[in-house]
Design a protein around this ligand. Structure first.
Ligand SMILES: [Cu+2]
Length: 136
């Protein structure tokens, strides 16, 4: 289940108003603002999962995972800017935005359960950029 608060936090992060998000406890799992676009080397932790973003779908290299730490290796194979948000047990994180042809990473620690995965840009989620991830 996703709380309304969790959704609000993501929208808040998109608008770069992290104040709102902090009120929801967002940021307790990450010390970085969501849109700082980490490009530095050494961001990869745990196992890697390839993710391809395009208009308008999200292709996960794997959608069934065992609990642990994963780095989602995002590649935007589409024409417009995309990003990746993931929400589920203990996780409510958003990657930096990725321009067409670009890449970035998002590292999350997953517990058993079901996670929602979507693109938080504009209405991309409604257009089809959403999927789910099962961890067990
Ligand atoms: Cu998108």
């Amino acid at each position: 289940m996703i709380s309304r608060c969790g959704r609000a936090a993501l929208v808040g992060a998109l608008a770069a108003t992290l104040t709102t998000a902090a009120a929801c406890g967002y940021g307790t799992t990450s010390s970085q603002p969501s849109y700082s676009a980490p490009h530095a080397a050494g961001q990869v932790k745990g196992k890697q999962v390839a993710v391809r973003l395009a208009e308008y779908n999200i292709a996960l290299g794997k959608s069934n995972l065992s609990p642990g730490t994963y780095t989602f290796m995002l590649k935007n194979v589409g024409k417009t800017t995309h990003a990746l948000a993931i929400s589920g047990p203990g996780v409510n994180q958003t990657s930096g935005s990725v321009d067409s042809g670009g890449t970035t990473t998002l590292t999350v620690t997953l517990k058993p359960g079901t996670y929602d995965v979507w693109c938080p840009i504009d209405d991309h989620r409604g257009l089809g950029m959403e999927t789910s991830l099962t961890v067990k």
